[in-house]
Design a protein around this ligand. Structure first.
Ligand code: FE
Length: 294
């Protein structure tokens, strides 16, 4: 990549290189039955980043912060993506589906027309760490049949990006390596990238996908080599459009999520765990749920 850039006149790639257009710091909140977490997307600072509706990081080694879990609750009209870094969560829904989310695994749940499920810690002590991302569904998929993609850690390929940089490819494609999550309407890319100190790498993304980078360890300099923005742990960079994303490690290395998706540009009406296009559809969701039709 360095060679390709060196052979081009400065600025000739303008419009294809992504830069940080906005920085968002996560805010402490709680959800479920009182689980403490950091909300990065879905709060007042960044209500959504089409097609992404929410990003939470949960990280604690104090059982009091997570033991209450997320007892039975509904979802309709979007997808929930849980990526675990440490700890174990037991998932179960009203259709008899159960699964164990363990360190390194991903669950991509397409709630569609609706499920009622619970996500409860399966540990009484130790570190619980991971992320939940909500991905919107286009109008024509909001009432689809619910679908799960439960991905074990060993099914997530790791790509070597050179100089010690490693990326786990959960969804989408990176250097011809395809992630195991398939058939998602917004054509998402979801990468977990780890950079040792002193390392840098380029990541290709579809030019018009909306994208963000969320740093969860160390710090990462994001954007063109001549004008990067250093993003520390706990902060998200909203990215401009473009085909190339340059990542360089901060002084102590860094690790981040790089996530991109095709924007839907549809009206969003949200009411807690229901995300639809119109208020009438929200009323219908509330009624269907209260009548036990999920
Ligand atoms: Fe849920």
């Amino acid at each position: 990549m360095a060679i390709a850039q060196a052979t081009q006149a400065p600025g000739s790639e303008t419009g294809t290189r992504r830069v940080v257009s906005r920085r968002i710091r996560g805010r402490a909140t709680s959800d479920g039955a009182g689980v403490r977490l950091t909300r990065v997307i879905g709060g007042l600072d960044l209500p959504d980043l089409d097609p992404f509706l929410l990003l939470d990081e949960f990280r604690s080694d104090d059982p009091g912060d997570y033991l209450a879990g997320f007892p039975d609750h509904p979802h309709r009209g979007f997808e929930t993506v849980t990526y675990m870094l440490a700890g174990r969560m037991r998932h179960g829904d009203n259709q008899g589906n159960t699964g164990l989310l363990r360190a390194g695994s991903v669950q991509w749940m397409t709630a569609g027309r609706g499920i009622v499920h619970s996500e409860m810690p399966e540990q009484e002590d130790g570190l619980m760490w991971g992320f939940q991302l909500w991905v919107n569904l286009p109008r024509e998929h909001k009432m689809a049949t619910p679908r799960y993609q439960d991905i074990a850690p060993e099914r997530i390929p790791e790509v070597d990006l050179g100089s010690g940089v490693r990326a786990r490819v959960i969804a989408g494609r990176l250097r011809d390596i395809e992630g195991p999550v398939h058939g998602i309407a917004t054509e998402p890319h979801y990468f977990d990238v780890a950079l040792p100190a002193g390392a840098a790498a380029d990541v290709a993304l579809p030019r018009d996908h909306h994208a963000f980078a969320y740093v969860f360890e160390g710090s990462v300099r994001i954007g063109p080599a001549e004008s990067p923005v250093e993003i520390p742990r706990g902060e998200l960079g909203v990215l401009s459009s473009g085909e190339q994303l340059r990542l360089a490690a901060g002084p102590d290395g860094g690790r981040l999520l790089v996530v991109a998706g095709r924007p839907l540009a549809e009206p969003i009406v949200r009411y807690g765990p229901f995300v639809m296009n119109t208020r009438d559809q929200i009323r219908e969701a509330i009624e269907d749920y209260s009548q036990g039709r999920f």
